[in-house]
Design a binder for this molecule. Structure first.
Ligand code: MN
Length: 224
């Protein structure tokens, strides 16, 4: 077979569904395998498939996901941005949780959380309140913005990335994220997220990466 023939048989897709970082039953009893079957296997997959279909033949075909999020948003909120944004948001959401997650935030985030919110308990309360206060579908985020931590909520497929902020952790508050396990009790789901699931190792990695790039850490984490 010639090189030319080989090339034509290669599938070119811009976006892929990432492998889950844990087994679909690993977060039970907090999030069921059944929720993962639908939320990851159907909802997230559908965003990937649709985004690949819509991006074909556009200047964003073949671009890295984060670039595609920012650039498609500049063109306005429509099907292309919505599907690409949802891929990005879900990728981060799976990584924002871990089996045996939750507990206290480690250094240097513990200090930054106290600085921004007063205490870890105040942070948790504000995070849950932001998620409950997001009317309709959306997301609640812990972000770093120029070295300062903030809680941000976004609607539908929006993310703080398009405002130049760095996501550290995110929780999905679309009903499909919690309805099978919690029905209408979004606050209970959010409490479980911060108490039992939050992947603080991932949040610290994201924070350090951002601080290295911006030189804004201002703590003894060694990133400066
Ligand atoms: Mn979702």
């Amino acid at each position: 077979m010639s090189q030319a023939q080989l090339k034509t048989t290669e599938a070119t897709v811009t976006f892929t569904l990432p492998t889950l970082p844990y087994d679909k039953a690993a977060l039970e009893p907090h999030i069921s395998a059944k929720t993962f079957d639908f939320h990851y296997g159907k909802h997230h997959k559908a965003y990937v498939d649709k985004a690949n279909e819509l991006v074909k033949g556009t200047p964003l075909e073949g671009k890295p996901l984060e670039v595609a999020v920012v650039e498609s948003r500049k063109q306005g909120v429509g099907p292309l941005f919505n599907n690409i944004g949802q891929i990005y948001n879900h990728n981060l959401f799976w990584l924002s949780m871990a089996p045996n997650g939750g507990g206290a935030a480690p250094s240097p985030l513990a200090e930054k959380i106290n600085e921004a919110f007063g205490s870890f308990d105040a942070f948790k309360e504000q995070f849950v309140a932001a998620g409950v206060g997001q009317f309709g579908s959306g997301w609640v985020w812990l972000v770093s913005s120029k070295g300062k931590l903030e809680i941000v909520k976004t609607a539908n497929a929006e993310s703080p990335l398009t405002d130049g902020k760095t996501p550290l952790l995110v929780c999905d508050v679309w009903e499909h994220a919690y309805y099978l396990d919690y029905q209408n009790r979004r606050a209970d789901f959010l409490k479980v997220f911060v108490e039992k699931l939050a992947n603080w190792k991932f949040a610290v990695q994201n924070y350090k990466k951002d601080a290295e790039m911006t030189g804004s850490c201002g703590t003894s984490c060694g990133c400066g």
